[in-house]
Design a protein around this ligand. Sequence first.
Ligand SMILES: [Zn+2]
Ligand SMILES: [Zn+2]
Length: 553
Amino acid sequence: MGLMPIERQTLSRTVAGQLIGLIVNGTLKPGQKVPSERELSEQLGVSRTTVREALETLTALNLVETQAARGTFVKEIGVNAVGYDSRLRDLLEKEGFDMPQVRLVDPHPPAGAPPEVTTDRPIRLPNLKKDRLGTFEFISWWERETVQKARVMIIGAGALGNEVLKNLSLMGVGHLFVVDFDQIEAANLSRSVLFREEDNGLPKSEVAARRIKELNPDIKIQYFQGDVTTEIGLGVFRRMDGIVGCLDNREARLAVNRYAYWLGKPWVDGAIQELLGLVRVFKPNHGACYECTLTEQARREMALRYSCPLLARHNILLGKIPTTPTISSIIGAMQSQEVLKLLHDMPIEYGSVTHFNGLTNEMHTTAYVEREDCQSHWVYSDIVELEDCTANETTLAELMAIVRRDLGDDAVLELDQEIVMGLECPNCNTHTEVFRPLSRVTFDEGLCPACGELRHVLMTHMITGEEPFLDRSLRNIGVPPLHIVRARNATQYRFYELTGDAAETLHFAHFTQDTAVSAGAPITIRPTRARVRLGDPVAVPPAPQRKQVRLRD
Ligand SMILES: [Zn+2]
Ligand SMILES: [Zn+2]
């Protein structure tokens, strides 16, 4: 009777289907022991051979594993297994299990405990022919809506930035803001997947943005060619969910770190050199920040550079670090993954560094020590949105009037960028008025036209309301659009956003055919998770940076 083997096979498949059903609906949880062969055979009324065959099927499908002398245990359900494996699908269908009821494993199980099955999200069966992000639906932690809503700023579009942009756009991160001040040169072509021969001389930010829009036309993108340390308003940082630093110098990292901290935003730093690289994620009030990690030596070096401000900027712009496409792929990929973890609120070791050594292929993570006296640790609270104010149109006098109404006549503005008031030549004893932001005064301008000596730079970052240039616009003294200006009196700080700039400054509408750049509705603020507040309203927090104006040596 040739029917016998087929019948037994069918029976074991039925048993397998029932067991899979129990795993899928969460009755048998990951890590849990499956009842013994004897127990199952008794409960189901089938032979132990049938049970054994059923368990073999489950093992082959990677749903259970047998541990010697301990028994059989349920493994974590890979949703991809359910979605992809036609054998599994058949078994489930046969047992009448409804596919959409398949549930996912919680991406953040408490440490030590076995992962729980959640009822959060039913599995979606995507159309892989039409849906470019379809396969990500099978990834247990990936959430389409979360990534599509996300706004991420990528600072630096060099070797690392190219990799991060490529990865984030492929993963469907919906809104990308690309910043770089530089232009493409031939040497970049050896390590930048987004650049082509014909791009030589074009802005890195623009070309990178255009290419990732090609890579994934569904994402919204904006680029900015300029200096992140002075030209991006803090309101832009405020509207981001995450910030990625693909930078090659300490000054820019320090600036990004402070801005991110002040606005309560997490940021992912990456650094590469030859075969070595590192990745670290900083989040306000979650351990050390970038500035905490600076050694005394680094602080001294920076102070030295700041003592001659024009030279400092000049040197930063010259700095170049040798990199290769291989190490930038590795570190850029790790950074991108940290961003995705951030967006999904997955566990991250903030304030730690992961070093990758490509020579030995070793990777290790160490925690930084948080510094009590760190100058970056300050969070802007209670930001006043000035809907009618813009950097281009609002004058210093107009902003001072608003600030004085709120904070009284002794209120002052603290600018984030120094204004060069004048240049003085110690040799010729001459004084030249300037009134321009430090970033718009070149090193060559600092040289005395008469004797060639580097002149003293007279600067201020404090506006008291007595200045002779109060009729100038905020933009004119170096305040970028959508900036958040800091004001204080003797007892408290207040923060004023130039919200009138919002629609034009942050639109994510580059390379879209239908809309003019400024036509987009203003990007609204989503409340950040766990808004951090620092500073007692009647206590003045430590001034976050910089010394008073230095008049000569
Ligand atoms: Zn710090
Ligand atoms: Zn001179």
